[in-house]
Design a protein around this ligand. Structure first.
Ligand SMILES: C[S@@+](CC[C@H](N)C(=O)[O-])C[C@H]1O[C@@H](n2cnc3c(N)ncnc32)[C@H](O)[C@@H]1O
Length: 300
């Protein structure tokens, strides 16, 4: 077969990309059964969820999810669909696995969907942020901002649901004290800075994003909350895991989805069980020893 005239005009790297793209089974998978996820990345999140049940188990039901680096919106679509599925499961309404029915209308009818959005008990909050504009997704609030800018912090702070903690009264004279407590159950970050071609600079940029996500978790992730974050394999990212993630999460897994291209250095941290920093020196020493021995899954 002769290549089309349009293909002939492209550079050889673009041609290679197009050929690889058209043969990629995961690109085909995202346009299955009449519904198109906006990104191939959506399939990676489905894989992560299948492996680690990040959207729900019998006794874990995330209600507030923040999706960072969300454009064009594949992960947010998956999140919206999976949270509905889990809520239907709770109500014992038979759900169909979304791998087999990607379309929202195939999973729930309009009535169930609007019931889900208005029912306080079930209400979920999905907030998606990106430098780029994200087209509307039902059930998802979108923010266009640079996550590293103060504007993003301010806008996220404004839309995040508030959970107020009423502290016990110490005396009847002083007024009751209330505190805003963290409200986020799950943070997703598929953020990736544009590659510069300089590995040192690329790793530094990627670490800056990871550190900002960790700071966000310190302010907003509730106890027991979870985090899924993309990173690029490098000794510096190992160090970041040791000094940051290992001190605050109960379990840390490093997971490379099958749908992630093998030539890409991207991997995902799947971190569960956010907790206060561990101050027991003996336990910290034991965990560090097993970390150095390479036996851990990052568990401190
Ligand atoms: C791989 S894409 C995410 C794909 C997305 N998970 C999906 O399924 O559609 C990475 C995204 O990170 C965003 N990004 C990179 N740096 C960012 C920053 N500082 N603030 C916000 N978004 C950022 C990029 O604009 C890009 O859209």
């Amino acid at each position: 077969m002769h290549p089309s005239p349009r293909l002939l005009k492209l550079s050889s790297s673009s041609k290679q990309w197009l050929t690889r793209h058209s043969r990629d089974p995961y690109v085909k998978q995202r346009v299955k059964e009449g519904f198109t996820f906006r990104s191939r990345s959506a399939i990676k999140l489905l894989e992560i969820d299948r492996e680690f049940q990040i959207f729900g188990t019998e006794n874990y039901h995330p209600r507030v999810v923040v999706d960072l680096g969300a454009a064009p919106g594949g992960w947010s679509q998956v999140t919206a669909l999976r949270l509905i599925e889990e809520s239907l499961k709770k109500k014992s309404i038979p759900e169909k696995p979304i791998e087999r029915s990607f379309g929202l209308k195939r999973i729930v009818d309009e009535e169930l969907w609007s019931d889900h959005l208005t029912n306080q008990e079930d209400s979920t909050s999905i907030i998606a942020l990106d430098l780029k504009r994200i087209d509307h997704i039902e059930g998802v609030q979108t923010i266009q901002a640079d996550f590293l800018s103060p504007l993003a912090t301010e806008r996220l702070g404004r839309v995040l649901p508030r959970t107020t903690l009423v502290l016990p009264r110490t005396t009847s004279v002083l007024p009751q004290t209330t505190l805003d407590s963290p409200s986020v159950d799950l943070i997703l970050s598929d953020m990736a800075a544009n590659a510069t071609g300089n590995t040192t600079a690329d790793i530094a940029n990627s670490l800056r994003l990871s550190e900002a996500v960790f700071e966000f978790a310190q302010r907003h992730l509730r106890k027991g909350g979870n985090l899924v974050m993309k990173y690029f394999e490098h000794p510096d990212t190992r160090e970041f895991q040791k000094t940051h993630l290992n001190t605050r999460f109960k379990h840390i897994h490093r997971f490379k989805p099958k749908s992630s291209r093998s030539e890409s250095a991207e991997v995902y941290w799947v971190c569960t069980g956010w907790h206060e920093p561990d101050v027991n020196p003996r336990r910290r020493l034991r965990s560090l020893a097993s970390w150095f021995a390479g036996k851990d899954d990052g568990h401190m």
